[in-house]
Design a protein around this ligand. Structure first.
Ligand code: BGC
Length: 255
């Protein structure tokens, strides 16, 4: 599954799932750019760990909800490593609240990072991939909530649902260029996005009851899936979503 000679850009690479993906792809030999928004020290620590193992890592700051931000992530990655092969649209936020309480600012923030950010990062990456020739791969870290409704989280669900259709549509549009695009839909993973739930024993127990495999997922569960999906072993997969959720989706279907 070697990614030797490949270059990967991971948005939201300082923490949680994104950090695990950066480490995993670097372990396979890819040079990685870790984008962060707020947590510079965390991104630096992940990058230092990668370089101490002989890998290559670049740390960049960007607000992915700004088109200029994602464009500069791609151009600086190419300036540093000479090419781009893999984009992982991982950066994501959620601000759960009842529908009637959602403000325009909260709506714009969530759609901005979760959907617009992924869209324009893909656009910038695809321009580079086409200019290079030779194809490439885009992975969107979506959510079970691209398909599964979640009361009190409508904006997040709408953003992830949008990501699902974006992937399905782009798969056909980009296939002639040899570019694959695939969504990974994590269930409940132990990351900062779930910190409040996981700090509350009652909420954790309720969540666990919804997961047939009986455990909260780890960032590495997602990172392992990314490593496989971007490799040649998955070269016939595009335009679909892989659920990595301990069975949460199927259990929801049995209620
Ligand atoms: C959300 C979490 C939620 C999980 C399972 C994720 O996409 O970010 O808040 O626990 O889905 O419902």
């Amino acid at each position: 599954m070697s990614l030797q000679g490949k270059v990967a850009l991971i948005t939201g690479g300082s923490l949680g799932i994104g950090a695990a993906i950066a480490q995993r792809l670097a372990r396979e030999g890819a040079a990685v750019t870790l984008d962060y928004h707020t947590h510079r020290a965390a991104a630096d620590t992940i990058a230092a760990g990668i370089t101490s193992q002989g890998g290559k890592a670049l740390v960049l700051q960007a607000d992915v909800s700004q088109v200029a931000g994602v464009q500069s992530l791609v151009s600086q990655t190419v300036q540093t490593f000479g090419r781009l092969d893999i984009l992982v649209n991982n950066a994501g936020i959620e601000e759960p609240m009842p529908f009637l309480e959602v403000t325009e600012a909260s709506f714009d923030r969530q759609i901005g990072v979760d959907l617009k950010g992924a869209y324009f990062a893909a656009q910038a990456a695809v321009r580079q991939l086409i200019a290079q020739g030779g194809g490439g791969c885009i992975i969107n870290i979506s959510s079970v909530h691209e398909d599964l409704p979640m009361v009190g989280n409508a904006v997040y669900c709408a953003a992830k649902g949008g990501l699902r259709m974006l992937t399905r549509t782009l798969a056909s549009e980009l296939a002639p260029h040899g570019i694959r695009i695939v969504n990974i839909a994590p269930g409940a993973i132990a990351t900062p996005i779930n910190a409040a739930t996981l700090a509350d024993p009652l909420k954790t127990r309720a969540l666990l009851a919804e997961i047939p495999l009986g455990r909260i997922g780890l960032p590495e569960d997602i990172a392992n899936t990314v490593a496989w999906l971007v490799s040649d072993q998955a070269s016939y997969i595009t335009g679909t979503t892989l659920f990595v959720d301990g069975g949460l989706m199927v259990a929801a279907g049995t209620l």
